[in-house]
Every structure is written in structure tokens, then in C-alpha cells.
Design a protein around this ligand. Structure first.
Ligand code: MEV
Length: 358
């Protein structure tokens, strides 16, 4: 499987790789010796992973269960450097370089800063916040939630106040509402906990027992997916045909439950079948696209155990489950079928963390 040799590969061998699970590093953002701000405090940095939904998207908005896993090798990073006030935000990827008061209050970056400092009962610090991210935007990989999570963690570290994953998740959920309208909460949950989760809206997330290593390929179609629009479209269809959509959501729920059992038993073949079935239901819901069907079909023909669109759909990414010997072949097929990028990640039983035993 992924060895890190290929620049597009990630290997989620350690969910806290490069970032001690939200406990931030200090030091220069570029990894060079820190020489600025003599006598002052060093920068603080914190990061958060991307995510991929394994099964259950859309139906999860309507109270059905879903399963999601972190993409720990793809990360958003927030770096806070001492800087004369007011608090300044730099997000070069989206062309933002502005003092906080100049951003609209409902801008997602301004909102997460405001919500976090309110929660910490502190003012915005005299600092420059710089955002860096390897997670492509509008690709269904949780870029927005990861940026918000990294910012909340960095501010908490700046003030030396630990924020536990449920608290971070709740703050990020408020910002997700700006991006998504009616989010289920699965993205902020899997990213803030950075653990595979079985998730039902409105309930605390359940850790997902994983009976064997799952080898996943995630392929970006290169076509942007606007979650808010696709979720809104499904809502209109559900309002127009409630019985039909409720039945589709129930079928998804049955696939998620079967997948959960397959994952616990380490039965990758059974899981692959459930992923295939879930993709067909998503097609019936009207959220797939030719480009996604083509990638899914290519992965299956090349020997994937299962493949489906992941996230909101219409664009974004597909996820394929593979046996390690088939991984190179499936990846090549995905690229030939038009994937802009392909990442690899492994999912396995997570060690219990302190916060999970509370
Ligand atoms: C988006 O990552 C997943 C959806 O189910 C929306 C949501 O759960 O909020 C499409």
C-alpha cells in the first residue's frame, strides 16, 4: 500500500501524524529555526485532518446512520504568530489577507475565530492567523470543517486552554451551518475526533470497531461539488416525493448497518458489496454524475472490492475499497478514467484515547 513515495499518496498509519492530535506544536511554520519576535512567544500551530464518508451521506441529514473516517494525511493547518493588533487573518488559497474587523461577521473564518474566543472567554489575540491546507476545496473531503477545527485548536493552544473534541466539534458545527445550510454534523464530528465514526444526527458519535485494515483509494474527480446546493436539491426532491425519498434513506440505513457489521468482522468483501449498493441508491437519489459513475466503474473493473461516490456528489470524490495487490491497478484505472488526484489511506482499529474513555 501507500508508502509515501508518490506525492499524491497519503498513508494514515498514525492519525496524529505530524500533529499531536490537536495539541499544537510551537516553532516556525516552515520548520526553520524561529528567529522572529525576539524575546516574545513563538508561533503556535495546530492542524486537522480531512475526511471521507464511507457510507450514508445525504440519508444522514434525515436521521439515518452514516460511517466516516478521517483522512489523516491530508491536513489544514492554522499558524498563530505574535503580531500587533488587531487580529489579522491570512488565507492565501482563498485570497484573504485582512484584519478580523474587516471580514463580514458571518464569514466562516471570522465566525470560527469569534465563536472560539467567546468559548475561551478571551479577546482575539494580538496575532496573525495564517491558514495553509492540502485539502482541496469543494471536493467532499471536509476542507471547511478542517480549517475551522485547526483554527479552534490553535486559539485554544494560544491561551493554554484545552478544548476537548466534542467542544471543538460543536463550535465547528456552527460554522458548517454557514457552508452547508442543514448539515448533519458528521463532517465536524469525524474531523474533531479524528477517528472512524458511526454517526447518527443529534447523538454522540460512536467509535467504529474495525476488525481488519481497510485499504481505501480516494479519487478527486476534479469537478467541484457544492454541498449546500446538492443538499438543498435533495431536500426539494424529498419534499416533492417524501415516501420515495424516505424509502431510499431507509435502504441506505440498511446498507450502513450491514457495512458496520462487515467492518467489525474485518470482512472487506462484504463491505465492498455494501459500498456498491450504496452508490446505486445515491444514483437513484439523483446525486451522482457521469464523471463519478465513470470513476466508480473503472475502479470496479480494475478489481476494487467496492466503490462509490463520497460526500454530497455531483462532483467531488469517489472512494474505492481494495485488496493491497489490486491497489496499483485500481489507482491507474482511476487516473485513466479522469481522476485529478488519487490518495491512499488505511483504516484500522484506533487505540482508545483518554477523551474516549470519559
Ligand atoms: C457532506 O459531507 C455529507 C452530506 O451528507 C451532508 C451532511 O451530512 O451534512 C451530503
Amino acid at each position: 500500500m501507500g508508502t509515501g513515495r508518490h506525492p499524491d499518496y497519503v498513508l494514515a498509519v498514525d492519525p496524529c501524524r505530524g500533529d499531536p492530535c490537536g495539541r499544537p506544536h510551537t516553532g516556525d511554520p516552515g520548520g526553520r529555526p524561529y528567529t522572529g519576535n525576539p524575546g516574545g512567544r513563538p508561533p503556535v500551530r495546530a492542524s486537522a485532518s480531512g475526511k471521507v464518508i464511507l457510507l450514508g451521506e445525504h440519508a444522514v441529514v434525515y436521521g439515518r446512520p452514516a460511517i466516516a473516517v478521517p483522512l489523516s494525511g491530508l491536513r489544514a493547518t492554522a499558524i498563530l504568530t505574535p503580531h500587533p493588533g488587531p487580529f489579522r487573518v491570512q488565507a492565501p488559497a482563498v485570497g484573504i489577507d485582512a484584519p478580523l474587523p474587516d471580514l463580514p461577521p458571518d464569514h466562516p473564518l471570522a465566525r470560527i475565530v469569534q465563536l472560539t474566543v467567546e468559548r475561551l472567554r478571551q479577546p482575539p489575540p494580538d496575532a496573525l492567523l495564517r491558514i495553509e491546507s492540502d485539502i482541496p476545496v469543494a471536493s467532499g473531503l471536509g476542507s471547511g470543517a478542517a480549517v475551522s477545527t485547526a483554527i479552534a485548536r490553535a486559539l485554544a493552544a494560544w491561551y493554554g486552554v484545552p478544548l476537548d473534541p466534542p467542544t471543538v466539534s460543536a463550535l465547528v458545527y456552527e460554522v458548517e451551518r454557514i457552508y452547508h445550510g442543514t448539515p448533519s454534523g458528521i463532517d465536524n464530528t469525524v474531523i474533531a475526533h479524528e477517528q472512524p465514526v458511526y454517526f447518527v444526527r443529534g447523538r454522540p458519535p460512536e467509535p467504529l470497531p474495525v476488525g481488519g485494515v481497510l485499504h481505501l483509494l480516494v479519487a478527486d474527480s476534479g469537478v467541484p461539488s457544492q454541498t449546500r446546493e446538492v443538499v438543498g436539491d435533495v431536500r426539494r426532491r424529498w419534499e416533492a416525493e417524501p415516501a420515495r425519498y424516505e424509502a431510499l434513506f431507509d435502504r441506505v440505513a440498511a446498507e450502513v448497518e450491514a457495512a458496520r457489521r462487515a467492518i467489525a468482522q474485518g470482512d472487506a468483501r462484504a463491505l465492498g458489496e455494501r459500498m456498491d449498493a450504496n452508490h446505486e441508491i445515491l444514483r437513484e437519489m439523483g446525486v451522482s454524475a457521469l464523471v463519478l459513475d465513470r470513476l466508480v466503474e473503472a475502479a470496479r473493473r480494475a478489481g476494487a472490492l467496492g466503490a462509490k461516490l463520497s460526500g454530497a456528489g455531483r462532483g467531488g470524490n469517489v472512494v474505492a475499497l481494495v485488496d493491497p495487490p489490486a491497489a496499483d491497478r485500481v489507482e491507474a484505472a482511476l487516473r485513466t478514467a479522469g481522476a485529478a488526484r488519487v490518495w491512499r489511506t488505511d483504516v484500522f482499529q484506533q487505540p482508545q484515547r483518554h477523551e474516549d474513555t470519559k
